[in-house]
Structure formats: structure tokens, C-alpha cells
Design a protein around this ligand. Structure first.
Ligand SMILES: [Zn+2]
Length: 307
């Protein structure tokens, strides 16, 4: 290649580059890209051409390819401020949209850009347009967040809001208290038969009573349902403790010849028996605490937290 040819191809490249700038001004991005590529074919040592190529690719939404173009521009001219700034900006955008892996991956410059991974709504399954997704933080420690579309997000929030209004209070009391009485009697029966008391059963009862109360409230949640659930559980704990301690007291009294002890003892004696039972096994209080906590948490109103 002689001097003339070199000059000629350089000036041709400049011409193409002018065209590319002009087409981009007119928002004819495809033409601009073609002219830019022609300029690079004519002279592959023009940092300006690669920088412009990057700008056009970005405007076409092909950010991964734009990164490669900016990198080439900077390789040709390490002090190319504009290209450095462009590269920094598009890399920040890409990493913000979670496609970090592409920044470090060795991508073939001629390969098609990777598609943005299309998110699907976790509720209706429809694809979510970019930027329209709503992410709810998961409940509990290990819960993962869920991503839904805007429609499903507001539907979910409305449904959870509706959960706290119109609770059936009478139903909640009947179910909560009913479950508490049955559970206390069953627990008492099992202890009498097996002669063995397992404190952790209290936790199970708290859970059961919480579920029953919520069911009785017509699957509603909220403070009133929580109060009924906790009180019912407390009654179940106290009643079962009384029955169990009384059973063992009656047993030992029988050995001493005392019989015909009434089912319902004076209140002060009932309280004394329950206190004695707890003193004999202080772990009982811990299990009761967990049980009451379960009863409190189960009918709690749910508020999804948008991330
Ligand atoms: Zn949806």
C-alpha cells in the first residue's frame, strides 16, 4: 500500500464517519451504524469511529456490543476521555440491570447481543415489560422475594388488605375456644394414659388454636382475631395444666386414702396447683411463651413489602 492509497482510505474513512454522524443526527441509526462500519473498514485505526459505533449501538439498545466498541476506541487511544466516560456509564447501567457476567465474559465482537432475560410474573406467568416489575420481599428469614407484574402486585395488595376487614368474631371465638378446650382435654388424656408430659405439645396447641381461630373468623386476620387466638391458647394452657396437676394430686391423695375429690376445686386451690405445676417444671413457661407467640403470629395481618 503506497502513501496515496493510505491517504485515500483515511479520507474515505473520514467521509463515512461524517455520514455516520449526520445519519445519527437524523435519528437514522441503522444507516449511521452502516456508515460507521464502512469507516472502520476503510481505516480501522480511528478511535472516533469506534466511539461513535458504541454510541449508536447503545441507542439501538445493544449495550453489550457498545461496551466492546468503547473498549476498542480506548485501546486505540488510551487518553480518549469521551470513550472512557461512555464505557463507564454503560457498564454501570448494565451492572445495575444485573447482567454483570457479560462485563467479564469474553464476547465475540461480531456475536449478537444477549437478550435481556425476560422476567415472568410469579403470579400470572405473563412476561413483564422492562422496568415494570414489582418485587415483594419474602416473609421470614429464608424466604425469597417474588417478582410480579404491576397488575398482580396491586391485586395481591388489595387481597391482603381485604383479609383484615369483616372478620367473623363470633366464629373466631367459637372455633378458637372450641379448639382450645378439645386440645386441652386431649392433651390431658394423653398425659393421664402415658403418665408422661411433653411440654412441647403446648407449642403445637398454640399453632392449632391460631389456625382454628383464623378459620372461624372466615379466614380473616388482624388484631381482634389475634387477641381471641392468644386468649384461647392461654385458656388451653391453664386448663390442661390444672387438669394434669390435679390428676397427679388426686392420685397421690388416693394412695393416702382420700377419695371423691370434686372436679372443680376452689379457685385459690386451682391457682396454687397451676403454680406448683410450673415450679415443678419451669420449662413449661418457655413452651407456653412459644405457644402464645404462635397464636399471636398466625392470624397476623400480612403486609407485603415492596423492594
Ligand atoms: Zn402478573
Amino acid at each position: 500500500m503506497n502513501m496515496y492509497d493510505t491517504t485515500s482510505s483515511q479520507s474515505k474513512a473520514r467521509q463515512y464517519l461524517e455520514q455516520a454522524f449526520a445519519s445519527r443526527e437524523r435519528h437514522e441509526l441503522d444507516d449511521a451504524l452502516k456508515a460507521c462500519d464502512a469507516a472502520i473498514r476503510a481505516d480501522s485505526s480511528l478511535p472516533d469511529a469506534y466511539n461513535l459505533r458504541g454510541v449508536i449501538l447503545e441507542e439501538l439498545g445493544r449495550r453489550e456490543e457498545a461496551i466492546l466498541a468503547y473498549r476498542e476506541a480506548i485501546r486505540l487511544d488510551v487518553s480518549f476521555r469521551e470513550a472512557q466516560e461512555n464505557l463507564r456509564k454503560v457498564e454501570a447501567e448494565l451492572s445495575a440491570s444485573g447482567i454483570q457476567s457479560l462485563l467479564t465474559a469474553d464476547v465475540d465482537p461480531k456475536s449478537r447481543p444477549a437478550e435481556r432475560p425476560m422476567l415472568n410474573c410469579a403470579s400470572c406467568g405473563n412476561p413483564i415489560p422492562a422496568g415494570r416489575e414489582v418485587v415483594f420481599a419474602g416473609q421470614g428469614k429464608n424466604a425469597t422475594s417474588i417478582t410480579v407484574c404491576a397488575n398482580c402486585a396491586s391485586a395481591l395488595e388489595q387481597a391482603l388488605q381485604a383479609e383484615t376487614s369483616g372478620a367473623n368474631i363470633v366464629g373466631a371465638v367459637l372455633f378458637g375456644l372450641g379448639c382450645a378446650l378439645i386440645a386441652a382435654l386431649v392433651w390431658y388424656g394423653v398425659v393421664v394414659i402415658s403418665n408422661y408430659q411433653l411440654g412441647i405439645v403446648a407449642v403445637l396447641i398454640g399453632w392449632l388454636v391460631g389456625q382454628a381461630t383464623m378459620l372461624g373468623a372466615r379466614r380473616k386476620r388482624g388484631l381482634a382475631v389475634q387477641v381471641i387466638s392468644v386468649l384461647s391458647t392461654a385458656i388451653a394452657m391453664l386448663l390442661s395444666e390444672y387438669l394434669i396437676v390435679r390428676h397427679f394430686v388426686v392420685q397421690s391423695l388416693a394412695e393416702e386414702g382420700y377419695t371423691n375429690i370434686p372436679l372443680l376445686l376452689p379457685v385459690t386451690l386451682i391457682v396454687q396447683l397451676i403454680i406448683d405445676g410450673i415450679k415443678a417444671d419451669p420449662m413449661t413457661l418457655l413452651f407456653w411463651g412459644i405457644a402464645l407467640w404462635e397464636a399471636l403470629k398466625i392470624p397476623q395481618a400480612r403486609h407485603p413489602r415492596r423492594m
